[in-house]
Design a protein around this ligand. Structure first.
Ligand code: BGC
Length: 728
């Protein structure tokens, strides 16, 4: 244990050399410290003394991360010895004894720590419409990240999912601004607002406008006007800043021809001057170099370094060499970048280290974390998975199934923990079946076998994610079964390896469903997709469809419990499920986007609507009770909605309040979510759901880029109930 230190950041900065300051602004990958070739690393834990000395004695590096290359799954003990060795070297390397800030992608739980708790990916967490549960999941991720000795998490992703082709769709909280904002607040509070030893710094990703590449391919150009940036893509970041988010990672792509890493208007004028963000801005992977190598706005890496730092970057995820460090030292020494400018970044970085308690101790021993990987934490992951699963279709109440019957299980995600978890699971891309499995976690097939007994569950994979394997075998086995469950899926992927050329579900998977539907047996589809793959041609072949998103390690159990009625489904789609590859329209579209070929307004025909999700019970909505129907400045309206469970099962319902701003100076959306609340009702039980609304709830960004609420009529909508109010 190190001696407690209470540092004065300004004094510290005065004592630091230019080299030390630039070192603080440098973040390297663990591969640069370990034995062997970076991308062939088998044992990242084997730190190399010479490489450690280069990093800390020579370059005085301030931050380390690790990603894909060989990192695998590391035990708590190993994490502690890795972090200890790094910290020891760093503290011994300079008179100022500055600890290293280790950062990691604990995206849906502790990605890289053996035995940790893995939750549904963010898209599934959004589908719970349960912010309290999402907060709890994030508290656990923070606890387990700290237990691994790591105080900084590159999470959450706050980009809005408005381009379904995009490979990182599953990493978001969906397409809607309001839903994503509520989830954002929960995530930031869950990660940060805990006791020192249980909290991590959150990282808002990826500022700004990353999720709408025109081509759908990762890190390709986005064309987004300033008004749309502020209307759709900025609010989650504003919420995160208001919730105290400590760090931000920058968008790797370019908007309107300017790479964001070189965009002063976004990184300084907007982020610092307007939004008053005081935390650390880190680049994404190699993104300063990419200003030269990919985006080609800088004619050398040196120029790229100058551009990015002057635009507002604090720390460079370099991460595989020290060119950045050398260029920045040179730029400061030659007066091309002032020392005051780098002091600003160094102060933010040191302040963060101080707030994370790293100057007091760099040791966070595993004995302080008895709940790591516990059954208690797994229960929360199970609840999150169970509450996310969304019942999209249930013809003639096919579900829940009877456990007295025989079932055939098929499909790529039927017997794969990889396909339940997706990327950022043990490794960057999460393709590790057998290599890094957690022994006591069950696939869908295994969970069904546990529930029904092995002899009642037949299995034939039928197809992989993209090609046929043994479809005929599946057809043969179907004759012995009462029900068929086909678990569709997508190969785990993210970023550039996740790029696809069409949203259409692979032919092999469609063929499996089509062939099995011909048997006439009740057919249930379970979807485990990274994004909404088009299933239009097979929707009618299925009697029931559930969307499980990427439900994590407890997904197998949760899916079983939904299928067999132990859990009543309550998830709701956090995005519009398209019915055709080129019909990618969000729920909050404009009236003109509803125009049909016959000139009616029936052109918006998604497969399933945003907010859709069935239950095994039924709910009845009564008329609104409203305190008044005009709304002026500093006033509010109290709205109450009576909801009753009219079925025979206990169930959870998400009461969703939308509005239509009838006429406005910017073409209004046909509807926008303004409030929601998840409630639970026993059979026959009735509750009044109350919402308080103010003028700001109906605001939007106008032509002059100001947030305004214009006078006029607003129609409030909840299910089939409507109520007009007037904004004064
Ligand atoms: C991703 C980030 C991630 C970083 C570090 C990048 O390639 O875009 O989301 O945090 O790598 O792993």
């Amino acid at each position: 244990m190190l001696a407690q230190r209470n540092v004065d950041i300004d004094m510290l900065i005065q004592n630091m050399s230019i080299e030390e300051k630039v070192g603080q602004m440098t973040q390297i990958d663990l591969g640069l410290l370990a034995d062997g070739n970076i991308c062939a690393l088998k044992k990242p834990q084997t730190l190399n003394a010479k490489k450690l000395a280069t990093a800390f004695k020579k370059y005085k590096v301030g931050s380390v991360l690790n990603v894909g290359c060989g990192s695998g799954t590391i035990s708590l003990d190993l994490w502690h010895s890795i972090i200890d060795d790094i910290q020891k070297e760093s503290l011994a390397s300079s008179k100022n004894k500055i600890p290293v800030l280790y950062g990691i992608d604990a995206i849906h739980g502790v990605t890289y720590t053996k035995g940790g708790t893995l939750f549904p990916q963010q898209i599934g967490q959004a589908a719970t419409w349960n912010p309290a549960l999402v907060k709890r999941a994030n508290q656990i991720s923070a606890y387990e990240t700290r237990a691994s000795g790591i105080p900084w998490n590159f999470s959450p992703v706050l980009d809005l999912a408005r381009q379904p082709l995009w490979s990182r769709f599953f990493e978001t909280y969906g397409e809607d601004v309001y839903l994503a904002k509520t989830m954002t607040q929960s995530a930031i509070e869950g990660l940060q607002n805990n006791k020192e030893e249980y909290r991590v710094a959150a990282c808002m990703k990826h500022f700004l406008g990353y999720s709408l590449p025109l081509s759908g391919k990762d890190r390709t150009p986005a064309w987004i006007s300033d008004r749309e940036l502020r209307e759709y893509f900025l609010p989650t970041f504003q919420t995160a800043i208001a919730s105290g988010a400590k760090t931000v990672m920058i968008n790797s792509g370019d908007i309107n021809g300017t790479p964001v890493h070189a965009n002063y208007d976004i990184l300084t004028t907007l982020l610092r001057d307007e939004l008053k963000f005081e935390g650390v801005a880190v680049t994404d992977w190699e993104d300063i170099y990419k200003l030269h190598t990919t985006h080609r706005v800088a004619s050398s890496k040196r120029e790229a370094t100058k551009m990015a730092i002057l635009a507002g970057i604090d720390m460079s995820m370099t991460p595989n060499d020290y060119e950045f460090t050398e260029h920045l030292i040179d730029l400061v020494k030659k007066g091309e970048i002032s020392e005051e400018r780098i002091n600003l970044s160094v102060r933010r970085i040191l302040q963060l280290k101080k707030e994370l308690g790293l100057f007091k101790t760099t040791r966070f021993d595993k004995i302080n974390y008895p709940k790591f990987g516990s059954a208690q934490f797994a229960t929360v992951a199970y609840e999150a998975a169970a509450e996310s699963i969304t019942l999209l279709k249930n013809k003639n109440n096919t579900l829940p199934l009877s456990s007295a019957k025989k079932v055939l299980v098929c499909g790529p995600s039927a017997n794969s923990l990889d396909l339940l978890n997706g990327a950022w699971t043990h490794t960057w891309l999460g393709r590790n079946d057998k290599t890094y499995q957690t022994p006591n976690k069950q696939t869908i097939l295994q969970a069904l076998q546990t529930n029904l007994g092995k002899s009642n569950v037949l299995y034939a994979k039928g197809v992989s994610a993209d090609s046929a394997i043994d479809i005929q075998n599946a057809i043969n086995k179907a004759s012995l079964a009462d029900y068929i469950i086909v678990c569709l899926g997508e190969t785990p992927a993210t970023e550039i390896p996740g790029n696809i050329n069409t949203l259409e579900l692979e032919d092999a998977q469609k063929e499996l469903v089509e062939s099995l539907s011909k048997t006439g047996k009740p057919l249930v589809l379970v979807l485990c997709f990274n994004r909404p793959k088009i299933i239009h041609s097979i929707v009618n072949k299925a009697d029931a469809i559930i969307h499980a998103y990427l439900p994590g390690n407890e997904g197998g159990h949760a899916i079983n419990d939904i299928l067999y009625g132990k859990v009543n489904p309550s998830g709701k789609l956090p995005f519009t499920y398209p019915s055709a590859t080129n019909s990618l329209v969000t729920y909050d579209h404009k009236k003109s986007e509803e125009m049909h070929v016959d000139f009616s307004f029936n052109g918006f025909q998604p497969e399933f609507e945003f907010g859709h999700g069935l239950s095994y019970t039924s709910f009845n909505y009564g008329d609104f009770l409203i305190s008044k129907n005009t709304l002026g400045d500093k006033e509010n309206i109290m709205l109450q909605i009576p909801v009753q469970n009219t079925g025979t099962r206990k169930g959870k319902e998400v009461v969703q309040l939308y509005y239509d701003d009838v006429f406005a100076s910017i073409t209004p959306s046909v509807k926008k979510l303004v409030r929601y609340k998840k409630i639970e009702l026993n059979p026959g039980e009735k509750k009044l759901v109350s919402f308080k609304l103010t003028k700001e709830d109906f605001s939007f960004i106008n032509k002059k880029l100001n947030r305004v609420t214009e006078p006029g009529d607003i129609i409030l909508m909840c299910k089939d109930k409507k109520q007009k109010i007037e904004i004064k």
